[in-house]
Design a binder for this molecule. Sequence first.
Ligand code: ZN
Length: 227
Amino acid sequence: MLFDFQTHTFLSDGVLSPIELLRRCHVSGYTAMAITDHASPANVQSLVESLARDCREAEAAWGMVTLAGVEITHVPPAAIDRVARMASEAGAEFIAVHGETIAEPVAAGTNRAALESDYVHALVHPGLLSPELGHVARENGKYIELSARRGHSLTNGHVANVCREAGAKLLVNSDAHEPGDLLTEALARRVARGAGLDADETETVLVDNPLELLARLGRTITEGAGA
Ligand SMILES: [Zn+2]
């Protein structure tokens, strides 16, 4: 089984159309995925509505669970909860926040705002996540990302340690912007092991956590999903 909860299309800064991304993910053996284009007040409503149309087409045709989502990106921390609510009201099925990666000047306070919003499901590439916020993630049931993307992935080992100590749950995502960025099961496993997870922890992160997240979102894996 292969899961990916962060991907991008040309509706933000990816290169593929939504339906081509979905097609390529299906052919690559994905079981379930989210499209999470960069969102702010400017585009959140139209983005979610557009993504949902192609997600429904792909799901009907190919049986892969597809979530129309957003990655709330570079929105000021004080506005994150409000924009996440806008996304939810627009029909977003998965809401991530672009965390405090060391690769970009993300505003301090973004990680906390994401973890404290009732509308947010996941904090992606959180950079130097503090131990205190690791506990907030666990208490609030938020998922934290180990990133396959260069730059963002520099702090994966730190993030894995903080989340292990706190009992917070991890996901491995591609953060794909082009076809060559998509995950394979082998790559996802190497990202998890490279962050310092042992074999059992890796299976939890690659299989158990995604299945639990999907169940919380009211989605189940259909027979024959994947390639
Ligand atoms: Zn991001």
